[in-house]
Design a protein around this ligand. Structure first.
Ligand SMILES: [Zn+2]
Length: 302
């Protein structure tokens, strides 16, 4: 499932390729992608638009169009956004006439395609079909839509003080706290495990039990884990591919995630797997400290 580093990788690859280009037409082949807006209506609204910029907010891809509008896309579980040269792009109507087995995996899972003014195509493929797109008419609507989305980990707002404030009084385990998109945006199951290992914190520690030094360590660890993911071009455990259709290599560099039973690189202990909030969670029980719930702080007398 793509998280911030995977989305960032795609955006960084695509941005210089598509910026300034015009979308000749957008074909939405799956109504689930654009719902509740009918596919033809979204297509018609975007046809002819110029791509001013491609950016990211949390795990969302923001395609800024002329006229102040933004087409927002989310890859969800298995979505990919892949740029294809015009000559390898096949007319889907043509493709449908082929036997299912003769069509490439990408063609079979094609949900929407952007035909650019130079003949290249941008394909949104998605086997599980949870990916989605919606058009925001201006910055106000966009801001409203993202009002409840948490802080960007690479922004100056992601300070130890801000993280400490979010965690204060929370009894939720640190793992669940990190997955909550209304706190820190973009961190998912992989990078939450990796960040907690780097911070030497047990995933079941209550978020509100962190002392200032733990908050500092966790903030730095979140940034370091996400940066490692971006440097490796993201992780491809299952379906994720970058904008060129290639796998990332972060899965080969995981410190704990999916490494159950292997040796901890820090202390030589054995990596364990538990389930927290329904999600597989990997950690080293030997060197990740389980914090106790802190008693409520007494107010200073004035
Ligand atoms: Zn360890």
């Amino acid at each position: 499932m793509p998280e911030l580093p995977e989305v960032e990788t795609v955006v960084r690859q695509l941005e210089p390729e598509v910026e300034g280009h015009r979308i000749e037409r957008l074909e939405v082949l799956d109504g689930r992608w654009s719902r509740p807006v009918p596919p033809e209506r979204l297509g018609a609204a975007v046809d002819g638009a110029k791509i001013e910029h491609l950016g990211r907010r949390g795990k969302y891809i923001l395609m800024e169009l002329d006229g102040g509008r933004t087409l927002v896309m989310h890859l969800r579980m298995t979505g990919n956004l892949i740029l294809r040269d015009g000559d390898e792009a096949i007319d889907p109507s043509e493709g449908r006439r082929l036997y299912e087995s003769e069509r490439s995996t990408e063609e079979r899972h094609l949900r929407a395609r952007f035909v650019l003014d130079d003949g290249r195509e941008l394909w949104f493929t998605d086997p599980r079909r949870f990916g989605e797109a919606f058009l925001m008419k201006d910055d106000d609507q966009l801001a409203e839509r993202f009002a409840k989305l948490g802080v960007e980990p690479f922004s100056p707002e992601f300070t130890p003080a801000a993280l400490g404030e979010m965690a204060a009084g929370r009894t939720a385990p640190l793992k669940s706290f990190l997955l909550d998109q209304s706190k820190v945006a973009g961190v998912g199951n992989i990078y939450a495990d990796e960040a907690l290992f780097r911070a030497e914190l047990h995933p079941l520690s209550p978020a509100g039990s962190m002392k200032p030094e733990h908050v500092d360590a966790l903030r730095n660890a979140v940034i370091a884990a996400l940066e490692a993911g971006i440097d490796a071009g993201g992780s491809s455990i299952d379906d994720y591919r970058d904008a060129r259709g290639e796998k990332g290599s972060m899965q080969d560099e995981f410190l704990v995630h999916t490494r159950e039973g292997e040796d901890c690189t820090r202390c030589g202990g054995t990596i364990s797997r538990i389930v927290v909030g329904g999600r597989s969670t990997y950690f080293c029980p030997n060197c990740q400290v389980r914090l106790r719930r802190r008693p409520k702080r007494k107010r200073a007398r004035s």
